[in-house]
Design a protein around this ligand. Structure first.
Ligand code: C2E
Ligand code: MG
Ligand code: MG
Ligand code: MG
Length: 282
């Protein structure tokens, strides 16, 4: 698969020296050590209820700060992790640390927290996924309903394999989001068959929502479709007030994007969103 995608896929610029780094093997070697060297962290991006302005859900987004190469984007290292199989141990790290964070927030009195983690295709196909998630929920003594997973349409195409896994997760109480909705294949068929809770409209549709009639029409249609099927609809990549107004008029449930907040470390999330919420409630 590495070959298929081509070397250029892994090219990125070293921010410090502005020189091109193309050595996949070196990058892989570094990624292998990233967990032990504590170079990984989770950032959290809030999802806002458009009608109430309330924030109770966050998407966990993985960050890698390599000592030598600096910050490397997930769009570079996640595909590499998938191709090398490293995604399994990295994915376990993400699941455990998201659960640990939920526990930490619960202990501080933030009870109705919901955190969604991204699960890529390879992880989803790994036989122990549900068991591992369940063991972490138990280890940290959190409610399964405080956890969600985000999977793309690509991870869902094999119906026979996918439905039982999703059903098990749903039985546990974990919410299931379809990420980047509208960019994959066979959307309508699996939307009918799969036990999902949330549709996340891909940011490529939101980007030009104000200038491209087709994007506007697709977005409105996805919102309508999701609502008709009893699903929650979240718009990703919302960057300006005009997009918020459009989505509000179209009765989209939630928005996520730089307009409201970029992904932030847990302590900043606490300062900016949870503290205030707690004060409001008391
Ligand atoms: P995604 O799950 O679709 O995540 C949304 C991406 O959009 C994130 O990029 C986020 O930082 C970015 N974003 C959020 N708001 C805005 C906005 O208003 N404008 C724009 N232009 N972008 C916005 P990020 O963090 O670089 O992650 C990229 C992708 O890497 C994710 O896409 C997801 O597919 C993958 N990823 C990230 N963390 C993990 C992880 O822990 N595990 C796995 N398997 N994949 C991950
Ligand atoms: Mg996502
Ligand atoms: Mg997405
Ligand atoms: Mg994506």
């Amino acid at each position: 698969r590495v070959k298929e995608r081509g070397k250029a896929h892994y090219q990125f610029y070293r921010t410090d020296m502005n020189s091109v780094f193309t050595n996949i093997v070196t990058l892989e070697t570094h990624l292998r050590k990233a967990i032990d060297k504590a170079e990984l962290s989770l950032f959290y991006q809030p999802q806002v209820d458009i009608a109430t302005g309330e924030v109770s859900s966050f998407e966990a987004l993985l960050r890698w700060n390599d000592r030598e190469f600096g910050r490397i984007s997930p769009s570079v290292f996640i595909p590499l992790a998938e191709d090398t199989g490293l995604i399994i141990s990295i994915g376990h790290w993400v699941i455990e640390n998201a659960c640990k964070q939920i526990k930490c927030w619960n202990d501080k009195g933030y009870r109705d927290i919901h955190v969604a983690i991204n699960i890529s295709q390879k992880q989803f196909q790994h036989p122990n996924l549900v068991q591992f998630i369940q063991s972490m929920i138990e280890k940290y003594n959190i409610k399964a309903s405080s956890l969600g997973i985000e999977i793309t349409e690509g991870a869902m195409h094999d119906t026979k394999e996918t439905i039982p896994i999703l059903k098990k997760m749903k039985e546990l109480g974990i919410s299931i989001s379809v990420d980047d909705f509208g960019t994959g294949y066979s959307s309508l068929n699996y939307i009918k068959q799969f036990p999902i809770n949330i549709l996340k409209i891909d940011q490529s549709f939101i980007r030009d929502i104000l200038i491209d009639e087709k994007d506007a029409a697709i977005t409105s249609t996805i919102i309508h479709l999701g609502k008709s099927l009893g699903l929650e609809v979240v718009a990703e990549g919302v960057e300006c007030i005009e997009q918020v107004e459009f989505l509000s008029n179209a009765k989209c449930h939630k928005i996520q994007g730089f307009y409201y907040s970029k992904p932030l470390p847990a302590d900043e999330i606490e300062q900016k969103f949870l503290l205030e919420k707690c004060l409001k409630e008391s």
